[in-house]
Structure formats: C-alpha cells, structure tokens
Design a binder for this molecule. Structure first.
Ligand code: ZN
Ligand code: ZN
Ligand code: FE
Length: 747
C-alpha cells in the first residue's frame, strides 16, 4: 500500500447541508490529510494518505440526512509531501452555491436537546442545526450564508459562535443556528398559548412558512367558531397529532403512509378515517364532514413539539416516539378566503384579529411563504395534492438539458417553473391568481426564485388560454413565448418526471382546460410527445350551463345531463331547493347555443348532483370528493356507456343513477367509469400500437379512479404512469409547459 492523493468532486444537494463537516469527520477517522471546499459545481475534496478507497466508501455509506449526491468524480493528483492536516477551506471566490435545501422538520438530535434540562437549548423553540430547520423560507439570497438570511438580525452569542466555527460540531456553519441568549423570541409564554387552546380559543401561530390557525381538534364549538370566522363552511381541516402512536383509533395507515408522516418534509397525509373516529368522542365531527379521509400531520417545528408538551402539562419525562398522546390540534393556513397565507407580523395583527383570539408571533422574518404540503398514497406511491413546505425547492431532474425556460403555470393552483440545464425548479404552491394578494405573492416568489437560481431566462412558456393572467404577463418579458395547450402541459409534466421521451398515450381528466379549438376540454385521450399532441378522442360533450358557475354549483351539471337525457321535465322536481332550477330548465330547452364541455370533473359533478349529494359546492372538488368517499365496492353497469365516433359517452350510467341511493350510485359510477375508460383506451391503443399511457389532470387525485384504472390498464398490458413528484392537478402544469417550450427551442 502506498500513499496517494485523490481529487473528488461531489455534485447534487451538497451545500448548506453539513457536507463539509461530514467529509472532515471521515478524513479525521482515516487519518487523511487534504481539504474540502464548496465550488460552483458542488463540493471539491482533496485527500491524501493510505486509505483513500475507504474514504469514498464511508462518504456514501452515511450521508448527512439533507444531502443528495448526484455524482462523484475522482482523479489522481500530485502528492503534497509537506501536508500535515485536513482543512475546511473558504468557498471559491464567485462560486455560487447551487441551491438551498427545503425547510426540514426538527431532527432527532435537536428534539433530544429541546427536552433535555441540561442542554442550553432546553425548551428553546428556535433551535436547529445543519440537519434541520428552516431554509427556503428564511433565505434571501445565495450563497447560503447567515447574512443572506433573516437570521442576520441575530448576532451569534459566544457559545453559538464557538459551535458554528467548530468543524466537529453538529452546528458547524448551521446558518440559522440560535439559542435563547442570541436568537428569536416568542411573543407569548407557552402557558398562555395552551391555556387559550384549552379554553376553546383560536390562536394564530407564526410558523416556518407563514401563520397558522390552531385550535383544539376535539372541541366542536371551537371548530365551528373557526369555520364561521374564516368563512369556511365544509372544507376539510388538517389535524396535527404528537406522534404516530397517537393515531391508531383515528385513522388507518400502512407502513408507506407512516413513512410519509414521519418524513423530514412532514406533509399533511390524507388517511382513511378509522371506524371508531365517528363513534367515540375523539375528534370533532366538523373537521372533514362527509369525507372518508382526514388530513393528518405530525409536528414539524420545535414550537409544535413544545405546544404538545405544554398541553400534556409539561411532564418531565416525555418519550415522543412511544407514548400515545391524546391531544390533537386543528392546524390550518391563516389566510383570508382565497388570499395567500399571511407571513407578515403587522398583517397578521390587522387581518387575523377578527379570526384569532390570540396572535402569537416571533421576531424572525419569513422571507418567502410556504404552505403545508398535502399528499396521499396512490398506487403505492406518494401523490401530491399540494407541494410546498418540505419539498420546494428540490429540483426535478429532466431527461435532458434544455435552454433556461420560465413557465408561468395556469390560473388556479398556480406554480411556476424555472429550468437550469437538466433541472426543473417548480415553485411552492402559489394558489389561484384571482386576487391582488395572490398575484403579489406570485411576483414576490418569482423574483425570489430568479435571484436564488441565478439563470438568464431565454424563453417563456404559458397556457394557451388567451385571458389567463399568466398568458398576458408572458408578453412583458420580450422573449420568445410558447403558449402550451393545457392538457398537453399536464401530460408532458408527468412524462418529464418519468423521463419518457418517446410518443405516448395520454389521458387527461380534469375540470377545465382551454382546448385547441377554444372549447372547454377536460376528458381527453391524446397521443403526445414534447413537441406535438394529437387529440385522438374525448369524452362526449355535455352542456356546460354557466361555465364557471357550473363548477361551483354541481346541480347545474345535473340539470344539463337531465336535459340531454330528454328528462328536462324532471329538473325542477329533482332540484326543487334551487331557486333557479326553473329558469335553467327553460334556458336549456329554449337556447340554441349552450356551451359544451368534455370535462370529466363536470361529469363527477353531474353524478354527485343526480344522487342528491352536493347540489352546491362549498369548496372546489367537494362533489367529487364526497362521491369518492362513499365508494365501498366497485360495481359496473355493463351497458353503461357507448362509443360514438370514437367519443366515450357515459349517459346511460348517469341515467341509472336516478334510481339508486348514493352509496350504490357512487360504486356504480366509479366502477363503470373505470371499465369504460379501459375499453375505450384499449381499443384506440390497439389501433395505433402504443401501450405506454400517462395519466394526468385533477381527477386523478381520486384514489379510487387512479388505482382502479391503473390496475385494469396494467392487466391489459399497458405501462401506466402517474405523477409522483408534482400534483396531477394544475399545480403540475408549469413543469409540462417548461419542458415543451424548452424542447421545442432545441430543434
Ligand atoms: Zn437538528
Ligand atoms: Zn446563542
Ligand atoms: Fe387542469
């Protein structure tokens, strides 16, 4: 064995995650000399000694928990005979740290310190280390350094400075590190906060990515008050529990769902309600009325843990993982209907005074908002409903590099996407660009992300809808604009994350997208790649009375279907509670030109209304969610559909619903829809000899539909792809737009 010297370049998420101390540790253990530093490409290491092979093995065997290694390149280099130690060097001048990590829940080492009376972090709600804590939401600029974050207002005390400078300390270069001596302070005592919660009050609590409204999840009165004050009738609320062991009589979950719950991103996970949750007085019934699933999350910040500890009466011994803790908290974004989550302290004082009984703050500024992420497990993979805190800004790897493109996304559930080489950075969930505050949030975030990514945008992509805010904004950039058809973007987004580059079949099922013919599309079977789409077939159009109004008032779609079935005379009787039923029946009968839609989302609305479930929605998607919640066992009406000129028509099934109770109806509608789609797709796929199929669009948030269709198509020999890294709904559009625009500029 002889002494050698290696140069090692490590790329990926390796900066600002404790990577250099990790390298330093290993070099020390193996008695190697050399150095480590951050460069524009990643982390560059030089090692010299006897056991350089062991170094590489150890390096990858245990990575810091936030690190992700994409590549390691090594080369031999000239020995430096006089070198005597291993050093951490300053970053290269001009080297930009490639990206920051997402905000991450408290790590186990910090959690231990939080409840250790001997630790100087004991009960300090803002402790963190290189392995945990806020990142995206407090970083103003790169390179990721304390003075570029909102922690610049808190000079380190001597003890923190010592830890920060010690390469063998967990807080070595932990930019947001702080302690009770030098860090941010909470505005109220834990006693005061938990007393308020126990008294049934609503508190607004500043969190990592914005304010949250919190109340006791078992207090029906408190929740009704929250709903009343927030003007949120029935939309489900998320519930936070202290740990997994506290969930057993509330929801059902498997290992994979548990992994998501405890993952460092700590998303809200949709879980099936346990039967006993309705019998026992465990949770208020007004949390998710009419739905079979609950949104559950575990504490993500030290402050959340302190809250549960205080609610339990400050026990001195507290084992977070083993004990079941009865307290449960409703935790929901603090915003004024439709506006973005509030992050500013003075705005919170002004705007939340009418909702919260107590506004609890701390003096660290939030730089950019991030809502809680929401996921559910579908086909044994996570499916995003909303992607924000804990996931953004992790990039999605593209199958190939494209010129830097900014895709502006859609109108609702907006996200935007910026590409850099073969990486796509999709923003945190922004929301519906329908009001001034959300549009401001969009612009703030766009400026923030453009600054962090430091790329020169060459091309703009937007939806082909001419009236969307984002489509008009595209012109302000004075760059090439690529308008992308809505469903093409949905499908290309899923294809991009799975690296599918050949032409594939795509089934896009959603609420509304602007069609190539200007029509209201939303049930489309296409052949597509990153360049083209060919609309092979679609759901048979049904009347769409009142366009946007029809989405909010499913009874209108029920009436439209009755009219199409030749049962106009039943409209008034069936929807007797709707004051405008007579007017709509007359309009449908007498009007020569009623707008039509191929939307699958509107088909769900019609089915729900015909079963008497949700005549008027109090939140988007309510009708479809309630219908899905009722499914017990799929049932197929064998003559429930027919094909006409390649179009799929489900009117016979909708007619049958008129004779059924809601549970039977939900079973029949889902079962028949899945069977019909399978037949339809199989017939067309055989004709064009393509058996790769991509599923996209908001309807695939429906687990029954997504799993049922995937299973059937797989049995027929299809290779089926659902999105896993972005939501199937409009939150995923921007990635598809970016890939299409970027790919088209390559030829
Ligand atoms: Zn930590
Ligand atoms: Zn300190
Ligand atoms: Fe859509």
């Amino acid at each position: 064995m002889s002494i050698e010297r290696l140069q090692v370049l490590i790329t990926g998420q390796v900066q600002g995650v404790g990577f250099r101390p990790h390298v330093y540790h290993i070099a020390h253990q193996l008695q190697l000399t050399g150095s480590v530093k951050n460069t524009a490409d990643g982390v560059l290491v030089e090692i010299q000694g006897l056991l350089t092979d062991n170094f590489l093995a150890k390096l990858t065997a245990s990575l810091p928990s936030l690190a992700r290694v994409d590549g390691i390149k090594t080369k031999k280099t000239t020995l430096l005979p006089d070198e005597i130690d291993f050093q951490i060097l300053k970053s290269d001048a001009g080297a930009v740290q490639t990206m920051i990590a997402p905000d991450t829940s408290i790590c186990s080492a910090c959690l231990q310190e939080l409840f250790d009376p001997k630790s100087r972090y004991y009960h300090y709600p803002f402790l963190n280390c290189t392995q945990c804590g806020p990142r995206l939401t407090l970083t103003r600029n790169l390179p990721y350094d304390r003075h570029q974050t909102s922690m610049d207002a808190f000079p380190l005390c001597n003890e923190c400075q010592r830890d920060y400078a010690d390469p063998l300390n967990r807080r070595y270069h932990a930019q947001p590190t702080a302690c009770v001596q030098c860090g941010p302070r909470l505005s109220h005592s834990m006693d005061r906060i938990t007393d308020a919660i126990s008294e049934g009050k609503i508190i607004a609590l500043k969190g990592v990515g914005g304010y949250q409204l919190i109340c006791d999840a078992r207090n029906d009165e408190a929740i009704r008050k929250l709903r009343r004050r927030k003007n949120r009738d029935e939309k489900p609320l998320a519930v936070m529990f202290a740990n997994v062991n506290s969930l057993h009589n509330t929801v059902l979950f498997d290992l994979q769902e548990e992994e998501l719950l405890v993952s460092r991103a700590r998303p809200i996970v949709l879980l099936k309600k346990h039967v006993s949750v309705n019998n026992v007085e465990m949770l208020s019934k007004s949390i998710a009325p009419g739905l079979s699933h609950l949104g559950i999350m575990l504490p993500s910040s030290p402050l959340h843990y302190l809250l549960f500890h205080a609610l339990a009466g400050f026990p001195s011994e507290f084992n977070w993982s083993e004990k079941s803790i009865p307290n449960a908290l409703v935790v929901t974004s603090a915003n004024i209907s439709g506006n973005p989550l509030i992050m500013d302290d003075s705005e919170a004082q002004d705007q939340l005074a009418s909702i919260a009984d107590l506004v609890v703050s701390f003096n660290r500024k939030i730089i950019t908002r991030a809502d809680d992420s929401v996921v559910r497990v579908v086909c044994k993979s996570p499916l995003f409903i909303r992607r924000a805190r804990g996931y953004a800004p992790t990039p999605i790897k593209l199958p190939y590099a494209i010129p830097s493109t900014l895709a502006l996304g859609g109108a609702l559930k907006n996200t935007f996407c910026i590409t850099r080489n073969d990486e796509a950075f999709v923003s945190q969930h922004i929301g519906g660009l329908t009001n001034k505050s959300t549009i401001e949030f969009f612009h703030e975030s766009l400026i923030h992300w453009t600054r962090l990514l430091n790329v020169k945008i060459e091309r703009i992509a937007c939806d082909s809808h001419p009236d969307f805010y984002t489509s008009q904004l595209a012109h302000d950039y004075h760059l090439d604009i690529v308008p992308v058809q809505h469903h093409h973007a949905h499908l290309a987004s899923v294809a991009a994350e799975h690296h599918i580059i050949q032409p594939a079949l795509g089934l896009a099922l959603d609420g509304y997208g602007y069609g190539s013919d200007g029509g209201a599309w939303g049930g489309e079977l296409m052949l597509f790649d990153s360049f083209h789409i060919q609309r092979l077939a679609n759901l048979s159009p049904i009347p769409h009375p009142g366009n946007d109004l029809a989405a909010r008032e499913p009874w209108r779609m029920g009436a439209a279907v009755l009219h199409t079935l030749g049962l106009n005379h039943l409209i008034v009787e069936r929807f007797s509670n709707e004051p405008r039923a007579h007017e709509l029946a007359t309009f449908l009968k007498s009007s020569a030109r009623i707008p039509m839609t191929t939307s699958c989302g509107r088909l769900f609305d019609a089915a729900s209304a015909l079963l008497g479930l949700t005549p008027v929605s109090s939140f988007e998607g309510q009708a479809a969610m309630q219908l899905e919640s009722l499914v017990t066992e799929l049932d197929v009406l064998s003559n429930g559909w027919y094909f006409e000129n390649g179009q799929l028509n489900l009117l016979p099934t909708l007619k049958q619903l008129l004779t059924l109770d809601p549970v039977k109806g939900a079973n029949l509608f889902h079962g028949t829809l899945i069977a019909a789609l399978t037949e339809w797709i199989t017939t067309i796929a055989q004709r064009i000899s393509n058996h790769i199929i991509v599923l996209a669009g908001g309807c695939f948030l429906n687990k029954v539909l997504a799993e049922g269709l995937t299973e059937r198509l797989t049995q027929r020999g299809f290779k089926v792809y659902l999105p896993q890294q972005l939501p199937p709904n409009d939150g995923g559009l921007s990635l598809g737009q970016a890939v299409i625009a970027g790919t088209n500029s390559c030829v």
